[in-house]
Design a protein around this ligand. Structure first.
Ligand code: ADP
Length: 237
């Protein structure tokens, strides 16, 4: 299929439909003054993919993550998530789109310090209009899925780094997102915990979760089926 065919089909309806495109960047550019931190990025991610975005520090990976995750709008070009063109949406609608379709995992976990693992994960459903009891029930299921069924009542300071990242991953998947975006998910972990977090991501992907991982870890990237390279804001496959 040509790129033009893909673009035409993706723009023909309000949702992803049969071609399974989860994320699509077309000429996505983000400028800071005269610097193009992201420079005309084209990328199509399909349902079920596990993609690494690799590049050295300062190459534009975080900028790309923010644009892919609808946390930031591109200065030029388009971003489609689950078939919805972010450029057509108000800020409130973009927030709703993000809450419904995207789960985030960050290098430093971003867990609430005083809250239990269950409460942290339940917070992943705060903007999904799910009642509290149901949020807690689904959080428990998500924690069991990531292997932390024995840590439901633990607070972050009672968990290892690897366990904290598993809680963060459970929070990201509790709403069953269309796309999981992970920014250096093993970057703050020792190699053993990093390997188990990576294995967890592989298991989730095998279960059907579409994942994009941002990393400068070439070893991690080498274990994934698809790599996208970023250098000076320019994206190449
Ligand atoms: P990476 O994640 O690969 O380390 P970034 O996306 O953080 O790279 O940064 C890419 C380039 O954009 C860098 O030169 C950085 O200094 C610049 N940059 C990123 N964010 C901003 C900002 N908010 N204002 C100005 N320049 C920025």
């Amino acid at each position: 299929m040509t790129t033009t065919d893909e673009a035409t089909r993706a723009s023909s309806g309000p949702d992803v439909g049969g071609d399974d495109v989860v994320l699509e960047l077309r000429g996505a550019t983000k400028r800071y003054g005269s610097l193009a931190a992201l420079d005309g990025a084209d990328l199509v991610v399909r349902r079920g993919e596990f993609v690494a975005v690799v590049g050295p520090s300062g190459s534009g990976k975080s900028t790309m993550l923010n644009v892919m995750g609808t946390l930031d709008r591109p200065t030029e070009g388009s971003v489609r998530v689950a078939g919805h063109d972010v450029g057509d949406l108000s800020d409130d609608d973009v927030s709703r789109l993000r809450a419904e379709h995207i789960g985030f995992v960050f290098q430093h976990f971003h867990l609430a310090a005083g809250a239990t693992a269950t409460e942290n994960v339940a917070d992943g459903l705060l903007y999904a209009g799910v009642a509290r009891g149901q949020r807690i029930a689904r959080a428990r299921v998500a924690l069991e899925k990531v292997g932390l069924g024995q840590r439901l009542g633990h607070r972050p300071h009672e968990l290892s780094g690897g366990e904290k990242q598993c809680v963060a991953i459970a929070r990201a998947i509790v709403g069953d997102p269309t796309l999981l975006l992970a920014d250096e998910p093993t970057g703050a972990l020792d190699s053993t915990s990093g390997a188990s977090v990576l294995q967890l991501l592989h298991d989730l992907n095998a279960g059907g979760t579409t994942i994009v991982v941002i990393t400068h870890d070439l070893g991690l990237a080498a274990s994934l089926p698809r790599r996208v390279h970023v250098r000076d804001g320019v994206v190449s496959s």
